[in-house]
Design a protein around this ligand. Structure first.
Ligand SMILES: [Zn+2]
Length: 110
């Protein structure tokens, strides 16, 4: 786990799998508006560094949520499998949405 400590940051995102077989990408972001963290149900203030959780469903489709970093580390990371860091160039919104347009079996491997 030590290699992912303090991540995601500007250079690295994280990628793991949920128990349901969906991909979970964790990307550093700065809040452009007020978000509500699903972990603690408190607000994430505008301008605050936080973590975007982007699911890419096994059957296709994407869904994202905004989390406090600490809530993500405490509540999300322990349930993710094969959590590993990936360059942020791999986790741009365009790339992830394109990835979500195909079911898992038809995705190109990196
Ligand atoms: Zn929170």
């Amino acid at each position: 786990m030590s290699s992912i400590e303090g991540l995601p940051d500007r250079r690295w995102s994280l990628r793991g799998n949920t128990v349901d077989g969906d991909e979970a990408w964790l990307i550093r972001s700065i809040a452009q508006k007020l978000y509500h963290c699903p972990g603690c149900h408190h607000g994430i203030d505008i301008g605050t560094e936080h973590v975007v959780l982007q699911y890419i469903r096994r059957i296709g489709g994407t869904e994202h949520h905004h989390w406090h970093r600490r809530c993500a580390e405490e509540l999300l990371y322990p349930d993710l499998r094969k959590l590993q860091r990936v360059p942020t160039t791999e986790s741009t919104r365009d790339r992830l949405e394109a990835r979500g347009r195909k079911p898992a079996g038809k995705r190109r491997r990196r």
